[in-house]
Design a protein around this ligand. Structure first.
Ligand code: ATP
Ligand code: MG
Length: 275
């Protein structure tokens, strides 16, 4: 798809409806000139007004547009008309990782390591650009036609060098410093990588409890337990233990995750995984 100053809806043929989020709908679309297939996210301005989310969307657009990495969903362009904002996104044909996890119950070590490695690479890239995602969870991870992982949804991301104070995200994936509303930095994404690694291998996040307060207490205690089934290798557990560390400065760095024996042995270097 060529770079172009002024896009409009007439540049696209609209295909099937893919899904719906809080602010709008997503359709498969084809750019008429190049034939390039994309996902077109249509957001209604009226909804943005209702939730006062203009600034939020602008931030999502600015952040995602500046990123270009094989494991970060591309935002190619955006435009708007009287009533709608359109985001021209890379199409992730295999949809949500979450759905795959639910249908397989838990992933093989090869698949889990491949996704953790892709995530670590993408986050290292984002952190270099001073972008902290803060809302990494299976629902925000999509898969392309080849099964490669793509981080989507930069709605909660921040671009900053400074430490942050705000509370955001879903509690199960939150680092202790975030649930306590303390200062936090890029190391919150490393914690979340540990949570995801656990969830990929066991099918459930590690600190699940009856209610939010129960989860909060388990996170604060780092009450980490490894069930006996499914069987998971010692190396995988070692990586999880080195990420779910309360002191954020002691968590394994993204570079070291990529060199961890479990990743080196199991991750598929192509990033696309079909067991
Ligand atoms: P939220 O409004 O909280 O972001 P959401 O992530 O479900 O919720 P959308 O991002 O609008 O909402 O996405 C709606 C649906 O379309 C989801 O099922 C999502 O998986 C799918 N989808 C979104 N973007 C793409 C894409 N680029 N390629 C393929 N499917 C997509
Ligand atoms: Mg979304």
């Amino acid at each position: 798809m060529a770079a172009k100053e002024e896009w409009s809806i007439s540049d696209f043929e609209i295909g099937k409806f893919i899904g719906e989020g809080k602010f709008g709908k997503v359709y498969l679309a084809r750019e008429k000139q190049s034939g390039y297939v994309v996902a077109l996210k249509v957001i209604f301005k009226a909804k943005l007004e209702k939730y006062r989310s203009h600034a939020h969307l602008r931030r999502e657009i600015e952040i995602q547009h500046g990123l270009n990495h094989p494991n970060v969903l591309r935002l190619f362009a955006w435009f708007h008309d009287e009533t709608r904002v359109f985001l021209v996104l890379e199409y992730a044909a295999r949809g949500e990782l979450y759905k795959l996890l639910k249908s397989l119950h838990h992933f093989s070590e090869k698949r889990a390591a491949t996704y953790v490695s892709s995530l670590a690479g993408a986050l290292a890239y984002c952190h270099e650009k001073h972008v902290i995602h803060r809302d990494i969870k299976p629902e925000n991870l999509l898969l392309d036609i080849e099964g490669r992982l793509k981080i989507a949804d930069f709605g909660w991301a921040v671009q900053s060098n400074a430490k942050r104070h705000t509370m955001c995200g879903t509690i199960d994936y939150l680092a202790p410093e975030m649930v306590e509303k303390k200062e936090h930095d890029h190391a919150v994404d490393n914690w979340t990588l540990g949570i995801l690694c656990y969830e990929f291998l066991y099918g459930v996040p590690p600190f699940e409890a009856e209610d939010e307060y129960g989860t909060f207490r388990r996170i604060m205690k780092v009450d980490l337990k490894f069930p006996s089934s499914p069987a998971v290798s010692v190396e995988a557990k070692d990586l999880i233990c080195k990420l779910l560390v309360k002191d954020s400065s002691k968590r394994l760095s993204l570079q070291k995750i990529l060199k961890h024996p479990w990743i080196v042995t199991h991750a598929d270097p192509s990033g696309s995984c079909c067991d």
